[in-house]
Design a protein around this ligand. Structure first.
Ligand SMILES: Nc1ncnc2c1ncn2[C@@H]1O[C@H](COP(=O)(O)OP(=O)(O)OP(=O)(O)O)[C@@H](O)[C@H]1O
Ligand code: SF4
Ligand SMILES: [Mg+2]
Length: 370
C-alpha cells in the first residue's frame, strides 16, 4: 500500500524546525491547531441533536491546552468528531485547522495519515487503541512504517527506544508480548509510545489517567510532561479533573453543555475564575492548596443535549442567574486580558477578585442553598 499523502516522512522534518525558532519568527503563522465555530450533532429520531454547539479554540505550537468540564459536556465528542472518528451518526460543521489547513475537507485517506502522524491520540481505555491480538512490537512497527517509513532493523531500534522512553523495562522481550500481558498503567505507557511513534506535533489525550490509581496516574502525567519538554510537542489534555489539567497545561478551556464557557491562562483561571461554572468546579476540587475546605459540588446536573435550556445552559444551576440569562446564549467575550468567559453577569463576577477562590466559590454556592 502506498503511504497516505499526509503521512509523508518529510513533514516531520518541517515540523521539528519551526519549534526551535524564536516565537517572533512565527508571529504571523497560523496556529498549530484551531477549531472555528465547530459543531457536532447526532442524528436522532426527530432530527439532529446538537451536542457540541459552536466551539472556538486555538492551540499555539508547543502549547498545552486543558479541556475540563463535567461528564457529558462534550469534551470527547469535540475531539473525536474533529478527527472524524465518530462515524456517520455524527454531523459536523465549522473548521478544524491544522497549521491553517482545514482537515475536515481532507479525504479519509489523507486524514488517516494525520491521525497517529502529526496528531497523536491517547484515550482513557487502552483497549480502544491497542489491538488485543497483535504483539506490541507489530503495532509499533505498523505506525513506524506508516508514518515514518521505517522498516526492519531501523523500525525495531526505534520501537525499542520508544518503549524504553516510556519507562517499559526489558523492552526487547516486551515487544513480543500482547496487550493483556501488560498492567493497566503499562498499557497506558504503550499507548503513549504508539502515539509518539508518529512524532506528533500535538498529542490529544482524553482522560489518559482516569482509570489508573493515584500513584500510576502521577507517573504517567510526569511522563507526558517530560516528553513535552524534550520534543516541544503540543498537548490537548481532556479531563474532568481540573487539578490534573492545571498541573500540566498552560491554558485551560472550560466546557459546559457543548460550549466553551471560559478560557484563560491556567494561573488566571485558578486565581480569578470569572464564569460561575468555573468557580463551581474549583470549589469542588479536592486538592486545593492551603487549608482544607469543605467540598462543594455544584448542585444539579449537566442538561441532556435533547433538553437544552434556552439561553445560558448553566442558568438552572447558576447561583447568580437572573431572568435575562434564560433569554440569550451568552457569547464568549473578553473578561480580562487574555481571558474570555460566556456569562451575562461578568460585572458581578469581577468583584472580590482578591478573595481566595475556595471561599468565594463555596460561599456563592452556599447562598444558592447547596
Ligand atoms: N455516539 C453518540 N450518539 C449520541 N449521543 C452521543 C454519542 N456520544 C456522545 N453522545 C452525547 O454527547 C454528549 C457529550 O458527550 P461526551 O462523551 O463528549 O462527554 P464528555 O465531556 O467527554 O464526558 P466524560 O467526562 O464522561 O467523558 C453527551 O450528552 C453524550 O450522551
Ligand atoms: S449568564 Fe447568567 S446563568 Fe449563565 S452563568 Fe452567567 S449569570 Fe449564570
Ligand atoms: Mg469523555
Amino acid at each position: 500500500m502506498a503511504l497516505p499523502m499526509a503521512s509523508s516522512p518529510a513533514h516531520h522534518h518541517d515540523g521539528l524546525l519551526p519549534r526551535m525558532l524564536a516565537p517572533d519568527a512565527h508571529a504571523n503563522a497560523a496556529p498549530l491547531l484551531a477549531l472555528r465555530d465547530f459543531t457536532v450533532a447526532f442524528r436522532g429520531e426527530s432530527g439532529p441533536v446538537p451536542v457540541v454547539r459552536g466551539i472556538d479554540l486555538t492551540l499555539a505550537s508547543g502549547e498545552a491546552l486543558g479541556i475540563v468540564g463535567e461528564s457529558g459536556c462534550g469534551k470527547s465528542v469535540t475531539w473525536l468528531a474533529a478527527l472524524r472518528l465518530l462515524g456517520r451518526g455524527a454531523v459536523t460543521s465549522g473548521e478544524v485547522l491544522l497549521s491553517g489547513q482545514d482537515i475536515t475537507r481532507l479525504s479519509e485517506r489523507e486524514l488517516a495519515g494525520i491521525r497517529g502522524g502529526r496528531i497523536g491520540l491517547i484515550f482513557q481505555d487502552p483497549t480502544s487503541s491497542l489491538n488485543p491480538v497483535q504483539r506490541i512490537g507489530t503495532q509499533l512497527g505498523e505506525v513506524l512504517r506508516l508514518h515514518r517509513g521505517l522498516r526492519g532493523k531501523a523500525a525495531r531500534t526505534e520501537a525499542l527506544r520508544l518503549l524504553d522512553r516510556v519507562g517499559i523495562a526489558d523492552a526487547a522481550r516486551r515487544l513480543g508480548q500482547y496487550p493483556h500481558e501488560f498492567s493497566g498503567g503499562m498499557n497506558q505507557r504503550v499507548m503513549i509510545a504508539l502515539a509518539l511513534a508518529g512524532e506528533p506535533d500535538v498529542l490529544v489525550a482524553d482522560e489518559p489517567t482516569t482509570a489508573l490509581d493515584a500513584t500510576i496516574q502521577a507517573q504517567i502525567l510526569d511522563l507526558i510532561r517530560d516528553i513535552r519538554r524534550e520534543t516541544g510537542m503540543g498537548l490537548v489534555l481532556i479531563s474532568h479533573d481540573i487539578g490534573v489539567v492545571a498541573d500540566l497545561c498552560d491554558r485551560v478551556a472550560v466546557m459546559y453543555a457543548g460550549r466553551v464557557v471560559e478560557t484563560a491562562a491556567t494561573q488566571d483561571l485558578l486565581t480569578r475564575p470569572r464564569h460561575p461554572y468555573t468557580r463551581g468546579l474549583l470549589a469542588a476540587l479536592p486538592t486545593l492548596d492551603g487549608p482544607r475546605v469543605r467540598l462543594t459540588p455544584i448542585p444539579g446536573t449537566v442538561p441532556s443535549p435533547d433538553a437544552m435550556p434556552p439561553g445560558c445552559a448553566f442558568a438552572p444551576r447558576c447561583p447568580i442567574a437572573i431572568e435575562t440569562c434564560g433569554g440569550e446564549i451568552p457569547p464568549l467575550v473578553l473578561a480580562a486580558q487574555d481571558q474570555r468567559a460566556a456569562c451575562l453577569r461578568l460585572g458581578e463576577t469581577a468583584t472580590q477578585p482578591g478573595m481566595p477562590l475556595s471561599t468565594l466559590a463555596a460561599s456563592a454556592f452556599a447562598e444558592a442553598g447547596a
